[in-house]
Design a protein around this ligand. Structure first.
Ligand SMILES: [Zn+2]
Length: 318
C-alpha cells in the first residue's frame, strides 16, 4: 500500500474528475445547509472556517475550484453555521486514528500507519459500534474511513442533544476507560470493561508492562509468558485472581489496572467526542496527506483499502 502526499495538480484532478456528490453521505446531505464547513486550502491547517453551503452543488463548485488539501464538516448543526451560532444539536463522533493507537502489533514509526494498524483501528471501531448498538440501543451508526483511521458517527436523535459531559461518559463506557466504581466486587466488572481489558492486555509486550509503576521485569515476563492464563482471569472478571501471580501485590495490581484502563481510553481521541463543535473530515473528500479518499464504509468487515485509492494514485502505480 502506497501512502504519500498528493500534489496540488493531483488534488485538482481528483476534484475535477473523481469527486462525486453521491459520495456525500445522507446524514450530511440532508443537513448540509446547517453545517459549518472548514477547509485546509494549502496543507497548512484547517484555517478556512465558517463556510456555509445551501446545496451540495455549491459545495461541489467550491471543491472543484479550490481543490483543497483537506475538507471538513461540523458534527454540529447550527441556525447560523457561517457564524457558528445557534447550536441546535450534534452527532456523537468517535475518532479512531491508527497512528495514535496506544498499543499496536505493527512496528510503524510514530505518526505513521500501515495496513496492519489500520486493520486494528477498524476492529476497534467495530467493537465500539457493537457496544453503542447492543448496550446503548443506538441505531443510526455510520462508519467513515478517514485516511489514517476510522470515524464512528452516530446520528440517533437521542444522542444528538447530549452535552460534553455526557459524551465523556459515553467514551468512558465504550472504551473501558475508567475503573468501574464497583471494582472491589469479585464479579462486579461490566462485560464491556472486561472485553476492553482483555483486548488491551492481549496486545501488551514485556516492555509495555514495565511502564506500570512498581512492575518488576521478572513479573512482567511471567505475565506475558502466561498471558493466556491472565487473559482467562480477565475474561471471567476474576481480576483479583491476577494477584496469584507471584510478586503481584495489591499495590502493583492496582497500578496495573490503572495502566490498562488508561491505555483503553487512548483507543479513541476523547477530545473529539466531547467537542460538540468539532469539524470532521468530509466523506467524499481527499485526504491529501496520504492520497486516500475519505469515504463512508457500509460494511466494515468487507471494506478494502483498495476502494479508497484515488484514480491518480492507481494510474501512477501502473
Ligand atoms: Zn502500523
Amino acid at each position: 500500500m502506497m501512502m504519500r502526499e498528493a500534489t496540488p495538480e493531483e488534488r485538482r484532478r481528483f476534484y475535477q474528475e473523481e469527486w462525486n456528490k453521491r459520495d456525500v453521505p445522507d446524514f450530511i446531505l440532508h443537513t448540509i445547509s446547517v453545517r459549518e464547513f472548514g477547509f485546509d486550502l494549502d496543507g497548512r491547517g484547517p484555517n478556512n472556517r465558517y463556510n456555509q453551503f445551501l446545496t451540495v452543488e455549491q459545495l461541489g463548485d467550491f471543491l472543484r475550484s479550490r481543490a483543497p488539501y483537506s475538507a471538513y464538516a461540523s458534527v454540529a448543526l447550527y441556525e447560523r453555521p457561517s457564524a457558528r451560532e445557534g447550536w441546535l444539536k450534534a452527532e456523537l463522533a468517535l475518532d479512531i486514528d491508527a497512528k495514535d493507537l496506544p498499543v499496536k502489533s505493527c512496528s510503524c514509526p510514530q505518526g505513521s500507519v500501515c495496513e496492519r494498524c489500520l486493520d486494528e483501528a477498524r476492529q476497534v471501531a467495530k467493537q465500539f459500534a457493537e457496544v453503542l448498538a447492543g448496550d446503548l440501543g443506538l441505531r443510526n451508526i455510520n462508519f467513515v474511513y478517514s485516511g489514517r483511521g476510522f470515524h464512528v458517527r452516530i446520528n440517533d436523535e437521542s444522542v444528538m442533544a447530549l452535552g460534553g459531559n455526557e459524551r465523556a461518559q459515553v467514551v468512558d463506557y465504550v472504551t473501558g476507560g475508567v475503573i468501574p466504581s464497583d471494582f472491589t466486587m469479585a464479579l462486579g466488572y461490566s462485560k464491556v470493561f472486561r472485553e476492553r481489558l482483555e483486548r488491551t492486555f492481549s496486545l501488551l509486550k514485556v516492555d509495555d508492562l514495565l511502564r506500570v509503576r512498581g512492575m518488576k521485569r521478572s513479573l512482567a515476563q511471567r505475565l506475558i509468558q502466561e498471558k493466556e492464563r491472565a487473559l482467562a482471569m480477565i475474561r471471567k472478571g476474576r481480576l483479583h485472581e491476577l494477584s496469584g501471580f507471584e510478586g503481584l501485590g495489591p499495590k502493583t495490581f492496582r497500578n496495573l489496572l490503572e495502566f490498562l484502563t488508561k491505555l483503553n481510553s487512548g483507543f479513541t481521541d476523547g477530545k473529539v467526542t466531547i467537542d460538540t463543535k468539532r469539524i470532521l473530515r468530509l466523506p467524499s473528500s481527499l485526504h491529501s496527506g496520504v492520497s486516500m479518499k475519505c469515504m463512508v464504509v457500509r460494511d466494515l468487515d468487507r471494506f478494502s483499502l483498495e476502494e479508497a485509492v484515488p484514480k491518480f494514485l492507481r494510474e501512477a502505480a501502473e
